[in-house]
Ligand binder design. Structure first.
Ligand code: NDP
Ligand code: 2IT
Length: 449
C-alpha cells in the first residue's frame, strides 16, 4: 500500500480500529487519506482541530429492524440502514441500496464517498447512504411494496426535504421510490415532494434523472478523452452491469459513436461484436426483470454469453464498470492494459480495487474515479429538488444541458486541482482534494461540530 503522510497515519489506524471488519469503508477512507498528504503539507491548518478525523466519522448511523410478510404469509426480518455522514454543505443526500450483501461497512463506504461526490457537484447537498440486506430478486410487486412500506415506517422519522433526501441505488428504482414516497406521504400527511428523488415523472420526478448517471459518466469520459485528442467515435467500449447506470451509459456512448460490445449482470457477461442491442437489454432487464443470459439466446448470431468469468477479458479501448464495488481487480487491470485500454470511467461506486487503480495510473491510462465520473446522478437529484422547491418542471433538454455543464465543471475542477497539487492528469487526487476542501472549509466555518 502507498505510504501515508505521518500526520494522517493515526487517522487511518483509528478508523480501522473503531470500525473493525468494515473492509470497504477502510478502503474508501485510505484512498482519500492518500490524496490528503499533499493538502496538509501545503495547508497544515487542515490537520488541526481533528478536522479530518471528524470528516471520517459519520454524524449519525441508524440501524433498524424491517419485518415484512411474503405472499404466502411467512414473516421475514431484514436490517435497515441509514448513515447520515456529513451535512456541512446541505441536507444528507444519497441513495438506498437493496441487496443481500448490504451491511453497515458497505453503507458507510458509500456515505463517505457520497460526501465528496456531492461536494464536487457544486450543489448544496451533504452526504448520506442507506439501504437494506433485502433481496428484491424474484419477489412479487406486492412483496416489494410491503417491504418498502415497512422500511419507510422507520426511515420516515429521520427524513425531510431539509434533513435527509434518499434516492435509488442498486435494487432501488422507480418502483421502490414510488412505494416509499406513497408511504411517507401517508405517514406524514404532507406532500413533501423534495423528500425523495428519482420519483416518477407524474408526481414530481425530474426528466433526465433516470438517465443521468450513465449520461454523466459518458460526458466525463468524453471530456477526459479530449485532453489527449481522442473521442468515443469508433472506439470499442465495455460496460459492466445491465442496470440503471449501465443502460444509460450504453445509450449515450452509442450516441457518441462508440461501439459497446459487452455488458453483464451478476450471472455472467454477453458479447455482441455487432454492438449491444440496447432495446433488447432493456426489454430483458428493465421490463421483464430477467437475466442477461437470455440476450444471446434471443439475439443469436454474432453474440455469445459467458457464465461467470470476467467481462474485463473482452478487449476494449474504453471501460466503464457500472455494476458494483471491487468488480475489477488487479488481474483484470493487467488484462485491460495489455489489450490496449485508453480510458476508464467508474460508473459504479469504487468498482476498481486499489491495486487496479494503481496499475492504470502507472500505465498512463486516463482514469476517472467514481466520485467524479458518476456524480451526474446525484447532481440531477439536486436538480429534482430544485424543481420540487420551486414547484416547477423542466424540459428534458434543459435538464440534460445542466447535467452536461455540471459534468464539464467537475472534470475541469478535478483536472486543475491535480495540476495545482503537482500531479497533472491524476483525477483521483483532483477529485479527493476538490471535494475535501469544499467540505473542510464549511466545517471550519462552523467551529467544532
Ligand atoms: P441496478 O440495481 O439498476 O443494477 C445493478 C447492476 O449491477 C445489475 O446488472 C446487477 O446484476 C449488477 N450487480 C449488482 N451487484 C453485483 C455483484 N455483487 N456482482 C456482479 N454484478 C452485480 O443498480 P445501478 O445501476 O443503480 O447501480 C450500479 C452501480 O452504480 C452501483 O455501484 C451504484 O452504487 C452506482 N451508482 C448508481 C447511481 C444511480 O443513480 N443509480 C449513481 C451513482 C452511482 P443483477 O441483475 O444480476 O443483480
Ligand atoms: O451513488 C449515488 O450517487 C447514487 N446512488 C445517487 C444518489 C442520489 O441521491 O441521487
Amino acid at each position: 500500500m502507498p505510504h501515508l503522510d505521518e500526520r494522517l497515519e493515526h487517522i487511518y489506524n483509528d478508523v480501522t480500529r473503531r470500525n473493525a471488519g468494515e473492509a470497504e469503508f477502510h478502503q474508501a477512507v485510505r484512498e482519500v487519506l492518500e490524496s490528503l498528504g499533499r493538502v496538509v503539507a501545503k495547508r497544515p491548518v487542515y490537520a488541526e482541530d481533528a478536522l479530518i478525523e471528524r470528516i471520517c466519522e459519520p454524524e449519525r448511523q441508524i440501524i433498524f429492524r424491517v419485518p415484512w410478510t411474503d405472499d404466502k404469509g411467512k414473516v421475514h426480518i431484514n436490517r435497515g440502514f441509514r448513515v447520515q455522514f456529513n451535512s456541512a454543505l446541505g441536507p444528507y443526500k444519497g441513495g438506498l441500496r437493496f441487496h443481500p450483501s448490504v451491511n453497515v461497512g458497505i453503507i458507510k463506504f458509500l456515505g463517505f464517498e457520497q460526501t465528496f461526490k456531492n461536494a464536487l457537484t457544486g450543489l448544496p447537498i451533504g452526504g448520506g447512504k442507506g439501504g437494506s440486506d433485502f433481496n428484491p430478486r424474484d419477489r412479487s410487486d406486492a412483496e416489494v411494496m410491503r417491504f418498502c412500506q415497512s422500511f419507510m415506517t422507520e426511515l420516515s422519522r429521520h427524513l425531510g426535504e431539509y434533513t435527509d433526501v434518499p434516492a435509488g441505488d442498486i435494487g432501488v428504482g422507480a418502483r421502490e421510490i414510488g412505494y416509499m414516497f406513497g408511504h411517507y406521504k401517508r405517514l406524514t400527511n404532507r406532500y413533501e415532494a423534495g423528500v425523495l428523488t428519482g420519483k416518477g415523472l407524474f408526481y414530481g420526478g425530474s426528466r433526465a434523472r433516470k438517465e443521468a448517471t450513465g449520461y454523466g459518466n459518458t460526458y466525463f469520459v468524453e471530456r477526459m478523452l479530449a485532453t489527449r485528442g481522442h473521442s468515443f467515435d469508433g472506439k470499442k467500449v465495455v460496460v459492466s452491469g445491465s442496470g440503471n447506470v449501465a443502460i444509460y451509459t450504453i445509450e449515450k456512448v452509442q450516441s457518441f459513436g462508440g461501439v459497446v460490445i459487452a455488458c453483464s449482470d451478476s450471472g455472467g457477461y454477453v458479447v455482441d461484436e455487432n454492438g449491444i442491442d440496447l432495446n433488447l437489454v432493456q426489454e430483458i432487464k428493465e421490463v421483464r426483470r430477467g437475466r442477461i443470459s437470455e440476450y444471446a439466446r434471443l439475439k443469436g448470431k454474432g453474440s455469445h454469453y459467458i457464465e461467470k468469468g470476467s467481462i474485463w477479458d473482452v478487449p476494449c479501448e474504453v471501460a466503464m464498470p457500472s455494476a458494483t464495488q471491487n468488480e475489477l481487480t488487479g488481474r483484470d487491470a493487467r488484462t485491460l492494459v495489455k489489450n490496449g485500454l485508453i480510458a476508464l470511467g467508474e460508473g459504479a461506486n469504487m468498482p476498481c480495487t486499489p491495486d487496479a487503480v494503481k496499475l492504470f495510473q502507472e500505465a498512463g491510462i486516463l482514469f476517472a474515479p467514481g466520485k467524479a465520473a458518476n456524480a451526474g446522478g446525484v447532481a440531477t437529484s439536486a436538480l429534482e429538488m430544485q424543481q420540487n422547491a420551486s414547484r416547477d418542471s423542466w424540459t428534458f433538454e434543459q435538464t440534460e444541458a445542466r447535467l452536461a455543464q455540471i459534468m464539464r465543471n467537475i472534470h475541469d475542477d478535478c483536472a486543475s486541482t491535480a495540476e495545482e497539487y503537482g500531479a497533472p492528469g491524476d483525477y483521483v487526487l483532483g477529485a479527493n482534494i476538490t471535494g475535501f476542501v469544499r467540505v473542510a472549509e464549511a466545517m471550519r466555518a462552523f467551529g467544532v461540530i
